[in-house]
Design a protein around this ligand. Sequence first.
Ligand SMILES: [Zn+2]
Length: 335
Amino acid sequence: MSFYPVGQFPAYRPRRLRQSPVWRALVRETQLEVARLILPLFVRPGRKVRRPIAAMPGVFQLSPDELVREATRAHELGVPAVLLFGIPATKDARASGAYAANGIVQQAVGRLKKELPQLLIITDVCLCEYMDHGHCGVVRRNQSGAKVANDPTLKLLARAAASHVQAGADMVAPSDMMDGRVCAIRAELDRLGFTETPILSYAAKFASAFYGPFREAAESAPKFGDRRTYQMDPANAREALREVALDIQEGADLVMVKPALAYLDILYRVKAEFGYPTAAYAVSAEYAMVKAAAAKGWIDERAVMMESLLAMRRAGADLLITYAATEVARWLKEG
Ligand SMILES: [Zn+2]
């Protein structure tokens, strides 16, 4: 049922405007543009390292020199931004690598800023890659077992975010799903004078099986338990809206829905409800599924990848975070 008048057959024939590519382009509602793409990259210590990730063909853990090469390739094709994840040499129970001034992400940011000053650098802010237990927060143990403690984690997240910005990051993206993290990070950035640095919050991040291949990529699988006490239940849409509302109230400038393709309804509702700049994160398994089926010759990789991203745009995403950003940029250029 529509709220506006719609023509009726035979006076109205929708096929009239589908007659040719020119007509279709003229009335197309949604565009997939290179300016919307963000490429996630994994950086690890070393030189000339390109360690492939088994379930993500074409994606590597890169040493800073190789990271610059990969980012340059994307940037030359018009990709405006990268999202950095760090894999530190050592992990501990305080995630000290996450906020070390010479941590792997901080080094990589400095390097990228120097070589590609026009490229926007977004850093993922979380502790899981830096914690020996692999959880996104500080773990406290008592008689009833181990728990991820919310408030003690906030301080560390704020420290990590500040260290990224001090290294030159243009934007920080907290992905931990602790309550109050955006508020803590905003306060710390402002205290240090970084009032102009935006926050992209992973506002509605679901505890999803679609992250499987990423765990290998970021070496961040939890050693015990799972992330269901902080990431969202995939069954909940209304709660996702509350999570987004909270992050906006705490000072998020942009909000993210993760994963993307299986959560288009969330994306749609978030955009419709809040109208904030909204990012969709097409996660590792979304990428892996397309790559695997294409490798078998079962689907047209380019067409499926492009259609999936277009669907995210149509659902309300302004920004698209995808491991295929460089390829997609090339396809868009080829036309
Ligand atoms: Zn994490």
